[in-house]
Ligand binder design. Structure first.
Ligand code: 13P
Ligand code: SF4
Length: 330
């Protein structure tokens, strides 16, 4: 019955007794099942607070590669849980809601991308980790927003590179490295909608605030940023920097950890183009709720499964990223 519900809905949807303390139960099941709970910064605060490891895409893949737990519970989106499975053939990997996709990953489909790669045979393919296992299998190396710049710089200067799927991150890396990577035209629907005009007005109203932005944002938005970095880099910046106020131009989930770690500072979420919309929330990340997480751990469903041949092909470029990042001291 539970299996049928998961097949239909993508998550376990059964009532939970209101007397159950779901947080305590999740903690208990972690021990009982030797499970590790990996959580991305964009998850709901109550899920971030019970993580065994809370981090960005690079930190999460490193943890997934190194864990000795029997089961990985991934509170993030599908491509992240899939990456954990690619690195852990023999472990059970579960995700609270299989509908937790990613607009950026969806903007790069394997058929069209395969044609693009074939049409440029003298290029190597670097793909941002925000892509499906099929795209990873067509890639030579994976990167994240934490290591993309250094990985690109470590490649010979005359090496032609296809960068996919994020056009904004690719263009940003081109600008700071002086490379001319061929970019796939994909984008993240959350980072694409920040409004430059509203951001400039907000900055004018808060002249003491620093603008900190994720490189998935559009080039024009990045031009007014005081600091640009991955989720973890933004967080670390706010911990070391002396300012007392920041306008944060990325998914709003990161504000929770920023506020927790810097209680004397003010963090303002950046405004988006659309009126009356919580667009700086990633709708996919927010599909995972405490109830879905509890039920997912209880029933060990939904589980990420993958064709073994595809898994092996997708594993190579991820391992290459992890090895090169270690060598480069990232
Ligand atoms: P990082 O975790 O690498 O900062 O990426 C942000 C993101 O959009 C994840 O989906
Ligand atoms: Fe994908 Fe953007 Fe959501 Fe990250 S924030 S999971 S890139 S849609």
């Amino acid at each position: 019955m539970i299996n049928d519900i998961v097949l239909q809905k993508g998550f376990v949807d059964v009532p939970v007794d209101s007397h159950i303390d779901m947080v305590a139960e999740i903690q208990r099941m972690k021990k009982e099942k030797n499970a590790v709970l990996l959580v991305h910064y964009y998850q709901l605060p109550e899920i971030q607070d019970i993580a065994d490891y809370l981090g960005d895409s690079l930190g999460l893949s490193r943890n997934a590669a190194e864990t000795d737990a029997d089961m990985i519970v991934f509170a993030g989106v599908h491509f992240m849980a899939e990456t954990a499975k690619i690195l852990n053939q023999d472990k059970k990997v579960i995700l609270p809601d299989l509908n937790a996709g990613c607009s950026l990953a969806d903007s790069c489909q394997p058929g069209q991308f395969g044609e693009f790669v074939k049409a440029n045979p003298d290029h190597i393919v670097m793909s941002y980790i925000n892509c499906s296992s099929e795209i990873k299998a067509l890639s030579d190396i994976i990167c994240t927003s934490s290591n993309a710049e250094k990985l690109v710089q470590s490649l010979p200067g005359d090496q032609k590179i296809i960068f996919a799927p994020d056009r904004n991150l690719g263009a940003y890396i081109n600008r700071i490295t002086g490379r001319n990577m061929l970019l796939w035209d994909g984008y993240c629907q959350v980072h694409e909608v920040f409004s430059l005009e509203k951001l400039m007005n907000l900055k004018a109203e808060n002249p003491d605030a620093k603008v900190i932005a994720h490189p998935e944002c559009k080039a024009l938005v990045l031009t007014i940023a005081d600091y640009i970095g991955s989720t973890t880099a933004l967080l670390k910046f706010t911990e070391k920097d002396q300012s007392k106020k920041y306008i944060v131009v990325t998914e709003s989930g990161i504000l929770h950890e920023m506020r927790k770690n810097n209680q004397d500072k003010i963090f303002i979420p950046a405004p988006v183009d659309e009126e009356n919309c919580a667009c700086s929330d990633c709708e996919y990340m927010k599909l995972n709720t405490l109830k879905k997480l509890y039920l997912c751990m209880k029933y060990e469903l939904p589980e990420i499964t993958m064709d073994e041949n595809l898994r092996q092909r997708a594993e190579k470029p991820i391992r290459r990223m992890l090895e090169m990042s270690n060598q480069l001291g990232i």
